[in-house]
Write a protein of this length. Structure first.
Length: 202
């Protein structure tokens, strides 16, 4: 896939995102996950039928790509609900293989409906380069801020030497503890990549 720049699209309000019927998550032929805000954006990016191993809609249906009468890519019919254990394992493998691309480390869902919701929310937030309509919330020992995007959260936290007392809430209400992983032992502590580990509710 060519990987379209999500920031060039239109970012929806986080609440409205939950009701969007025309966005998709594609699992490609090498197991990578990509969020598309529309069917047209997906078809512009995908290059051949078998590139998409699974096209997931918001209802959790497993769709495939096909060719129309003019031999152009189009979305084919649904094969019904996606197989939960396959999707969960594919997502776990992708998070492990591409850790830096998936820095929102949410707890793994226990059912298909929750997993589908997580995929759409997480991938949307990781790639949204513009405001979502609902801000993030960062709290550092009582000092609070409301960055508009994950990139802005990164920039804010990068200024801090220590993250032990920081918490981050995403626009969907999930709470995280930011953790910095140094890429090299000779780098300054603040130079590492920041991951966001979900804090269990309760």
């Amino acid at each position: 896939m060519k990987r379209i720049a999500f920031a060039n699209g239109t970012a929806a309000d986080a609440k409205a995102l939950l009701a969007r019927p025309e966005d998709y998550v594609v699992v490609d032929d090498i197991g990578d996950f990509t969020y598309y805000p529309s069917e047209s954006a997906m078809l512009e990016d995908v290059e051949y039928v078998d590139e998409a191993a699974c096209v997931l809609d918001r209802a959790g249906n497993d769709c495939r790509l096909t060719l129309d009468a003019d031999r152009k890519l189009c979305l084919g019919p649904s094969f019904g609900p996606v197989e939960f254990s396959w999707l969960r394992q594919a997502w776990m493998n992708n998070r492990h293989r591409n850790a830096q691309a998936h820095r929102l480390q949410r707890l793994l869902p226990v059912d298909r409906e929750a997993l589908v919701a997580e995929l759409f929310e997480t991938l949307f937030l990781e790639h949204a380069g513009t405001e979502t309509g609902t801000p993030w919330a960062v709290d550092v020992v009582g000092e609070k801020s409301q960055p508009a995007t994950l990139r802005e959260v990164d920039s804010f936290l990068a200024e801090l030497d220590h993250l032990e007392h920081a918490t981050v809430r995403d626009p969907f209400g999930h709470l995280y503890r930011p953790v910095r992983h140094a890429t090299h032992r000779f780098l300054a502590p603040a130079a590492g990549t920041i991951y966001y580990v979900e804090i269990p509710a309760g």
